[in-house]
Ligand binder design. Structure first.
Ligand code: IPM
Ligand code: MG
Length: 369
């Protein structure tokens, strides 16, 4: 089969990690006889530098014309980069938010899984880690605070900023359905996370989740307040299967969950709409402090490419091969710097590798499968 893949390399470590994911996809295409056609799409700081805006209409059209989009990361150092002197709607992140909205990518899946081999990189105590954990964060991605009306103005002579948090029952219902459907394919448990003791939007969220749950009698579900969830994620991460939550809570909790799995450099993500199209990106940022050094972990991007094979192209066997190769390389002790165990906790022999070597190793393992 032939597939058109839009590629957003972006900023910071983006181009380095995307290059490794492309190597992996090229290997898959050769081994399994598929044709992947890539088209570079400009977004983020690099787009600002080239054409003055973080995302052009042409870039949106390119993304829409693709079967799926693979993305690295966008943005720079918010304290020092000139991009952050621009109007907020002209900054790199505004490009990503606009792309998500334009493509209606309302469902963001972020799997957080502790690899057996990475237990040593997990900052939690051994008795908390136990047999490890495996959760899916289902984050609503096109509503809430990130898309509400915002303004900064003088109110009675005092500078005042306002952001609005709005959710309609339609927006809540469609993401809740996705959450329960994913749970049906997993351990059949949904933890819906909100702040219903304070926010109206959360109270509506709770009501709609309860209504949705009726259609999924095999799935057990519970509500959890977001502050408690932040605590439970480090106290007892094993309890979670699917975490279903709104945009900002999901943004924050997924970073926390990634750290619990050892490193944000391991966390892949898929942003989906009602079609087979998806935008696949690592959950981490552009890490400008290590950009160009060849040390960034490409695994989250490679696993995002595997999600693309699985969810957008229905190539399960090929996705399995990528995931198996990642596991194998970890088992053999290869680590980028972010997943190196601390000296005092080193129990097995490990080899430190850079971004390119990690990509090459994974490619070699796929070839051998
Ligand atoms: C993420 C990122 C983005 C978000 C930023 C870059 C706008 O943090 O994908 O989690 O907040 O959604
Ligand atoms: Mg984030």
């Amino acid at each position: 089969m032939s597939y058109r893949i839009g590629v957003i390399s972006g900023d910071g470590i983006g181009p380095e990690i995307v290059a490794e994911a492309r190597k992996v996809l090229d290997c898959i295409s050769k081994k399994y006889g598929h044709k992947f056609e890539y088209e570079e799409i400009l977004m983020g700081g690099c787009s600002i530098d080239a054409v003055g805006v973080p995302l052009t209409e042409e870039a949106i059209a390119q993304a829409k014309a693709s079967d799926a989009v693979l993305m690295g990361s966008i943005g720079g150092n918010t304290a020092t980069s000139p991009w952050y002197k621009l109007e907020p709607n002209l900054r790199p992140e505004a490009g990503l938010l606009k792309l998500r909205k334009s493509l209606n990518l309302f469902a963001n899946l972020r799997p957080a899984y502790l690899y057996e081999e990475l237990k040593e990189a997990c900052p939690l105590r051994e008795d908390i880690i136990g047999d490890g954990f495996d959760m899916m964060i289902m984050r609503e991605l096109t509503g809430g605070l990130y898309f509400g009306e915002r303004k900064t103005e003088l109110a009675d002579g005092v500078m005042t900023a306002t952001d609005t948090l709005t959710y309609s029952e339609t927006e809540i219902r469609r993401i809740a359905k996705r959450g329960f459907e994913i749970a049906m394919k997993r351990r059949k448990k949904v933890t819906s996370v909100d702040k219903a003791n304070v926010l109206d939007s959360s109270r509506l969220w709770r009501k709609i989740v309860e209504e949705t749950a009726i259609d999924y009698p095999d799935v057990s579900y519970e509500h959890m307040l977001v502050d408690n969830c932040a605590m439970q994620l480090v106290k007892d991460p094993k309890q979670f299967d699917v975490i279903l939550t709104e945009n900002m809570f999901g943004d924050i909790l997924s970073d926390e969950a990634s750290m619990v799995t050892g490193s944000i450099g391991m966390l892949s993500s898929a942003s989906l709409n009602d079609t087979k199209f998806g935008l696949y990106e690592p959950s981490g940022g552009s890490a400008p402090d290590i950009a160009g050094m060849g040390i960034a972990n490409p695994i989250a991007t490679i696993l995002s490419a595997a999600m693309m094979l699985r969810y957008s192209f229905d190539l399960d066997k090929e996705a399995d091969a990528v995931e198996q190769a990642v596991k194998q390389v970890l088992k053999e002790g290869y680590r980028t710097i972010d997943i190196m165990p601390r000296e005092d906790e080193k129990k097995s022999s490990v080899t430190k590798v850079g971004t390119k070597e990690m990509g090459d190793l994974i490619v070699e393992r796929i070839e051998r499968i």
